[in-house]
Design a binder for this molecule. Structure first.
Ligand code: FES
Length: 274
């Protein structure tokens, strides 16, 4: 059993758990994820690691309540136990000292997994420009943490309720205008956002890494649920990713696959609410 030792509520739908999972925390690295199952009836929920504390033996998960599984998860409180936590899974982010600054872009709950990547990039000696964005102020979090690991932080909201009004893509264009020697971009967020970022960086030929969040089952490369088309190859996000070269990812296909179980998801949500 894996107890929840801290819960933070960022908004009615965005929540944070610190979960005691010493073996996962001991090995966790930026870019990796874990799969949890809240109870025997719960679905497997893959979550990218938002933070970890090796001394305390905890991992941090931030999630948005979207479907029945994450809604049930959000109802748990400090002291409640998670039935299984499997991880860390996936390939860690490739962190090195790059020849030129790097930009990291987090959208919505994508701010959570981008944080440890920014921290690792900074620790490796890189100049890090950070951009975080959400639909509105209520959905933003970790501004201070992001500021602590970047040399410049731009905060955007789509509706202008906080920070700069507009999309993260526009903020990234400004960063590039002032720093055309940008070496790498990391972007994590909803698929349309990651696709938009890759479209912006393609003409610049700046390597752009995205973190894919497809459907997952076993998380060990056996079931094929998480397959993603990357260039001419079919990759499994759970073992080959979750990070891939965004310029090679077939986002249209990935988004189509993500909506396969929409009707089942709606039914599960309705059953939970009645
Ligand atoms: Fe089954 Fe990746 S989740 S192969």
């Amino acid at each position: 059993m894996y107890p929840i030792v801290r819960k933070e509520i960022f908004s009615p739908t965005v929540k944070l758990f610190d979960i005691k999972a010493p073996l996962v925390a001991a090995k966790a690295q930026a870019g990796q994820f874990f799969i949890l199952r809240a109870d025997e009836k719960g679905e497997r929920i893959p979550l990218t690691i938002a933070d970890f504390d090796r001394e305390e033996g905890t991992i941090t998960a931030i999630f948005q309540e979207m479907g029945a599984g994450t809604k049930r998860l959000g109802q748990l409180e400090v002291g409640d136990n998670i039935l299984d936590v499997v991880g860390p899974l996936g390939v860690p982010s490739e962190i090195e000292r790059f020849d030129g600054p790097v930009a990291i872009v987090g959208g919505g709950v994508g701010i959570a997994p981008i944080y440890p990547i920014a921290r690792a990039l900074k620790a490796a000696g890189n100049e890090v420009f950070a951009i975080i964005g959400a639909r509105n102020k209520e959905l933003l979090f970790w501004e201070e943490k992001m500021a602590s690991v970047s040399s410049q932080l731009i905060v955007c909201t789509d509706d202008g309720s906080y920070g700069r009004k507009g999309f993260v893509t526009d903020a990234l264009k400004d960063v590039y205008e002032a720093n055309s020697n940008l070496n790498h971009v990391w972007a994590i967020g909803p698929m349309p956002m990651m696709r938009a970022i890759t479209n912006v960086t393609r003409p610049w030929s700046v390597k752009t890494i995205v973190s894919m969040n497809p459907l997952m089952m076993d998380g060990t490369g056996m079931c094929g649920a998480c397959r993603v088309q990357v260039g001419n190859e079919t990759k499994f996000a759970c073992v080959d990713g979750p990070e891939f070269d965004g310029h090679l990812v077939d986002f249209d296909l990935a988004m189509k696959r993500l909506s396969i179980y929409k009707d089942e998801e709606k039914r599960a949500l309705a059953a939970l609410e009645h």
